[in-house]
Ligand binder design. Structure first.
Ligand code: F6R
Length: 239
């Protein structure tokens, strides 16, 4: 795992945007795995600016998002469907047909998850996966547990995650209790992975990631088995 140490979140965003832009230049029809949450927002802003300056072209890019609350309507402004349109997709020339997010409105969650994995495989797999990390070490919504799932699946969110994400909702009770998420196996199949971590509240998770052990109670530690992971952290997350 390669570590890029940054001073602050702005530098993290710049480093991440550089890697994503490099991937797009190298392979204009790349398949990119996107994350939501606060951490990648600055990166997405830089990508939007680069597109507006004519430096980036999203027309051949395919996007697969990591996860989505379940159930949730697309029109809910806390859905990841809404988030991605708001923070990236509606500002660049990506083809909406090529934007994939697990469907929070699906009637049959298991069928939706199986279909999602099939689609990723049909598109040739993910070239570059962008990840954030939960305070509890989750990646996607693969929460700490005795066992971790490989495939995309429906999962129950832990109290820690519900608490952390309640900052986006009016009340904690409004945070959905479940989600659809790519499994650890799907994430590990990505050819390249970048993981962004900023802020003191990520210190514990980052420390576990840098220690030399695998632990399903810190799901991100599974990334140690991947041969091309770049960890981009600010000083607060590393200290
Ligand atoms: C989001 C996701 C989550 C977040 C993580 C960190 O799609 O899969 O794993 O990356 O919860 O969230 P923030 O960036 O809000 O601290």
């Amino acid at each position: 795992m390669r570590l890029i140490k940054c001073k602050n979140p702005d530098e993290v965003s710049k480093e991440a945007a550089k890697i994503i832009a490099g991937q797009m230049a190298l392979k204009p029809d790349s398949t990119i795995g996107f994350a939501t949450g606060s951490t990648p927002v600055g990166t997405y802003k830089i990508l939007i600016d680069m597109y507006k300056n004519g430096e980036l072209d999203f027309s051949k890019i395919t996007a697969f998002n990591l996860d989505e609350y379940y159930p949730i309507e697309h029109k809910n402004d806390q859905s990841y469907y809404y988030f991605m349109r708001d923070n990236l997709f509606s500002h660049v020339n990506i083809d909406p047909e090529n934007c994939h997010i697990p469907n929070g409105e699906a009637k049959d969650a298991d069928a939706e998850c199986a279909e999602y994995d099939k689609l990723i495989q049909e598109k040739g797999g993910i070239d570059l996966q962008i990840l954030g990390i939960g305070q509890n070490g989750h990646i996607g919504f693969n929460e700490p547990d005795e066992n971790l799932f490989c495939a995309t699946h429906k999962t129950k969110l832990t109290d820690n995650t519900i608490e952390a994400n309640s900052r986006f909702f009016a009340t904690k009770e409004e945070v959905p209790t479940h989600a659809l998420t790519m499994g650890i196996g799907e994430i590990m199949k990505a050819r390249r992975i970048i993981l962004l971590a900023t802020g003191k509240n990520k210190q514990q998770a980052v420390k576990a990631l840098l220690n030399d052990y695998l632990n399903t109670n810190v799901p991100a530690t599974m990334l140690k088995l991947h041969s091309d992971v770049v960890l981009i952290c600010d000083e607060d997350a590393l200290s």
